[in-house]
Write a protein that binds this ligand. Sequence first.
Ligand SMILES: Nc1ncnc2c1ncn2[C@@H]1O[C@H](COP(=O)(O)OP(=O)(O)OP(=O)(O)O)[C@@H](O)[C@H]1O
Ligand SMILES: [Mg+2]
Ligand SMILES: [Zn+2]
Length: 559
Amino acid sequence: MSYIVFARKWRPKDFESVLGQGHVVTTLKNAISQSRVAHAYLFSGPRGVGKTTTARIFAMGLNCKNGPTSTPCGNCDSCKETANGTNLDVIEIDGASNRGIDEVRTLRENIKFSPSQGKFKVYIIDEVHMLTEEAFNALLKTLEEPPSHVVFIFATTRPYKVPPTILSRCQRFDFKRLSIDEIAGKLKDIAASEKLEIQEEALYTVARAAEGSMRDAESMLDQLVSFCGRKIDLDSATSILGMIGQGVLFDFTDKVITKDTAGILKLVDQVISGGKDIPQFLNSLIGHFRNLLITKVGEDPQSLIDLPKESVERISAQASSFTSESLLYILSVLANAQDAVRRAVSQRIPLELAAIRLTRREDLSSLSSILNRLLEIEKRLESKGSPHAAQPHVQDPHREDKKNPEKNLNLLSSPDKTEEQLAVGVGVKNPLDVSFERICEIWPILLRGITSKKMSVAIFLQAAQPLKLDEKVLTIAFARESRFNKEALEANGNRRVIEDALNEILSQELRIDFKVVEELEKKVSAEEPLYEEYKEETHEVIKSALDIFGGNLKKKGPA
Ligand SMILES: Nc1ncnc2c1ncn2[C@@H]1O[C@H](COP(=O)(O)OP(=O)(O)OP(=O)(O)O)[C@@H](O)[C@H]1O
Ligand SMILES: [Mg+2]
Ligand SMILES: [Zn+2]
């Protein structure tokens, strides 16, 4: 008989066994018993907390032979088929592997037909945020006039990536992380039925390490059994989980610091051959780098990091080897790897690629120093009094507002505009005057302006090119290999930073859309000679900063 992992074997089959999501379960049960089932639901929340499980139970309740019922019998053909994924009326689509318009078109074709046996056709679309824009648009049409027998359940770990047009048509439920007690409770039940002898303390160690994900807890328990057999004590639990936990994370980070590519690949190999779960390892790495970042920027890391004091001290020590920009970069690479691991056939490759990337990363710490140097050099050039040099098209932020670098951008629309500034459209207050060409012209200024507001945003944006301007929506394109930059910009109000900067330069409220394209067309050229008139002065530092930013600092004469 084939072995079924705990997480699957112990998947709840009725609402009562779904732990920790009381608010969701109650509302869904009421919806069925009061015949107020909506056409579309969105289940959002972290990994392994019961989104897919709850979607299946809901579908079971709708189509149970006694149904619709909030207490599906679990024994009729329909219930059994739903539980094992063979029910023709319960269609599960993985948004990560069926991202495109074709899949959604097929869905729209089939949706017209009534359910084959049940009362409802239930579409469960997992990882819905991964769908392409076109697929979303097609889906939206379906959502606008859904046939009465259709229920959509979308599940996602990243609700902020689902377009608002879709969100607004869904009833939304936020799933929560489970508490340590809830997790430990279920682990106890599993241990009892599986006849495991596991120390209470060991069990709690697992529950804590799972960080709220029941699936993670169950797969850790699986690993413990495969290492220790049916008898598990605290020591072996900590040493095995410890490999996933602290020690190996510090090692990994040391190799990132020393940029030891060979060493990190060896470590990754040990981690994998030690039987560790790759998604979970990535998760722990992300947690670790998050802690490093918090130590870097936070006032009182101890209160924000849920670890023993010694660990926090070690974390502080490691954090001092990074700038916060490089930590942000590392986090985005890891998050990207995590996404790739879910989609890829091989889990190993995305992890290895991430490890290579991290050890070969550009030295972001020097990037900010390059920019500072650049500004300084520019200032020096200005004071030399060449007619052009006297009127830089971007003024030196230090000159105007030394104390408040946040305000630097305002300079760009300061009243004493030079003709030159007008020529590139800086601060021009005619709202009708914003064209795509103008945006291309001010692009280097935009990048540098953002640099002074939020360095990391500028860094992520430098891989991009403006693509098109429709009405008031500016689309910014990224090549596939810079997808993680796009993701980073979508998070944490970063989009807003760019929008505000554009607004400050153009006096125009534009919205920003990001897009990944097959081929990145260069709209902003770096071809023009840079600082032609000061060639002999062109410092290495400027060159590298320009390389990095793809910028164009050529002085533009009056038009
Ligand atoms: N709330 C819960 N109560 C009991 N068991 C749970 C719960 N959440 C998850 N599990 C266990 O974890 C396994 C995976 O859960 P599920 O597939 O529903 O997670 P998910 O939220 O859809 O995660 P993902 O975002 O990774 O798809 C289940 O088979 C079950 O064993
Ligand atoms: Mg799921
Ligand atoms: Zn049934």
